[in-house]
Design a protein around this ligand. Structure first.
Ligand code: AMP
Length: 114
């Protein structure tokens, strides 16, 4: 997708603070962190949102969660805890139209979300 911000990050056209990368998944630090650790984990393949997911996306979605858990462990957050967030659509607060899983941690997080 030529006009997608996160596709441009995956291709390196826009710089990012990379945390992890493999064939399917890319992870980088959020530019506007909402917690001491705030990482975005995305599929390299363009998927617009959680609302657009199909059965063909099951494997890559599982991979996003596994990578998030690994990053949480590497950041030392596994014991105290962390949060995974997937915003979808306008009411869900999604501002970038490329599927992304937020990994948040390093402080006590409030609930319910706003
Ligand atoms: P959402 O609001 O769930 O769609 O999350 C989009 C996230 O992308 C926000 O937390 C933004 O701070 C983050 N973001 C936007 N542009 C960039 C960028 N160039 N590099 C890193 N994170 C970004």
């Amino acid at each position: 997708m030529d006009d997608c911000l996160f596709c441009k990050i995956v291709s390196g056209k826009i710089p990012s603070d990379r945390v992890f990368e493999d064939e399917e998944v890319y992870a980088f630090r959020d530019i506007n962190p909402q917690a001491p650790t705030h990482v975005l984990i995305i599929p390299k393949r363009h998927i617009p949102s959680a609302a657009a997911l199909t059965g063909d996306d099951a494997a890559v979605c599982g991979r996003l969660v596994v990578v998030a858990a690994r990053i949480a462990q590497e950041c030392g957050m596994a014991d105290r805890g962390f949060r995974l967030v997937l915003n979808s659509g306008e009411d869900g607060g999604q501002s970038v139209g490329h599927l992304h899983l937020h990994l948040l941690g390093g402080r006590k997080l409030g609930w319910p979300p706003g």
